[in-house]
Design a protein around this ligand. Structure first.
Ligand code: PGA
Length: 305
């Protein structure tokens, strides 16, 4: 068998896009060139990889198998490239990081310090919610992630960075603002703005209310911390967010943290990767940097102190 990496790349693009035309656009090739690569791969394997039903193309059973291995090979090539870059010295390389939406409030200053030390580094930063981060870890699409609580059921290596305190927020002129040790039951007469399904913040909020057996009215569902803050300020309800997301609003007295009788359970930010993943030299350096210097740069206590 004389399969080439190029054939596999072209085939993967067609499979992912379910279209020869879109694959050609993605790869800056002509459509006949794409068809030719796929045909050659099919003849090497002596099996059909796609079937056409109506106007659509679908992977055959063999196609699904080849697609699975083509992705594995592509991942391993990327891994090899990073490792070799590391051996050559930390001069050039790529670091793929995903951070939870809320970590967006502190990740950029950390990245900027790290960047200055390794100017040859090319960082691909994705800011997305917990659900997507878990999918990216599952599919081995990222080197490292910064997230809240990692799930126990996935095989991950997670190290706690610093505390991620989750608090109930209200507009500065709210009647409960300034009250001390507010009984939990008072929240039952409020409406809460909620993050979207799949958000770690939302998950933590639901667990907090469940733990205190509260029957909470859920108001508008919004998919960013930023929108929650704006909506709370506009008087649309209360919110439940990481204190890392509201520092500016607290300083400007636009929002207040309600002093609840029972604060939410202690949570931490974690730096996480798949167990057994061979980290590139850059990824190693970044992980150590975050754990050793991150909290200090942000003026926070490191976890475990
Ligand atoms: P989120 O994650 O951005 O998905 O809400 C934050 C967290 O897990 O604490």
């Amino acid at each position: 068998m004389n399969i080439t990496i190029r054939q596999l790349k072209v085939f993967s693009s067609v499979a992912r896009n379910q279209s020869f035309t879109r694959a050609a656009e993605e790869l800056f090739l002509s459509q006949p060139a794409v068809s030719m690569q796929v045909k050659q791969l099919e003849s090497q394997l002596d099996v059909a990889l796609f079937e056409q039903l109506g106007k659509k193309i679908f992977l055959t059973d063999a196609g699904h198998e080849v697609y699975h291995y083509a992705r594995l090979i592509d991942e391993k090539l990327g891994e090899m490239e990073s490792i070799i870059n590391g051996i050559k010295g930390l001069h050039h390389g790529k670091l793929r990081i995903s951070v939870a939406t809320t970590a967006n409030y502190f990740a950029p200053p950390l990245l900027s310090t790290f960047y200055k030390r390794f100017p040859g580094l090319n960082v691909v930063l994705d800011i997305t919610n917990r659900k997507t981060i878990l999918k990216q870890l599952q599919d081995n699409e990222v080197d490292l992630v910064i997230m809240g609580q990692p799930p126990k059921e996935m095989d991950l290596e997670a190290a706690a960075i610093m505390e991620n305190e989750l608090v109930v927020i209200a507009p500065a002129d709210h009647p409960l603002a300034g009250e001390k040790q507010i009984p939990m039951s008072k929240l039952e007469s409020e409406t809460f703005l909620v993050r979207e399904q799949g958000s770690g913040t939302r998950y933590a909020m639901e667990r907090y209310f469940q733990a205190h057996e509260l029957n909470i009215t859920m108001g508008m569902e919004v998919s960013s911390d930023e929108a929650i803050k704006q909506s709370v300020q506009a008087g649309l309800g209360l919110g439940f967010l990481s204190s890392d997301a509201i520092q500016t609003e607290l300083l400007l007295n636009r929002l207040v943290v309600l002093d609840m009788e029972h604060p939410s359970r202690k949570r931490y930010w974690h730096i996480v990767h798949r167990k057994g993943k061979r980290l590139s030299a850059f990824a190693h350096a970044f992980k150590n940097f975050i754990l050793e210097e991150g909290p200090h740069i942000l003026g926070k206590e490191p976890a475990g102190l």
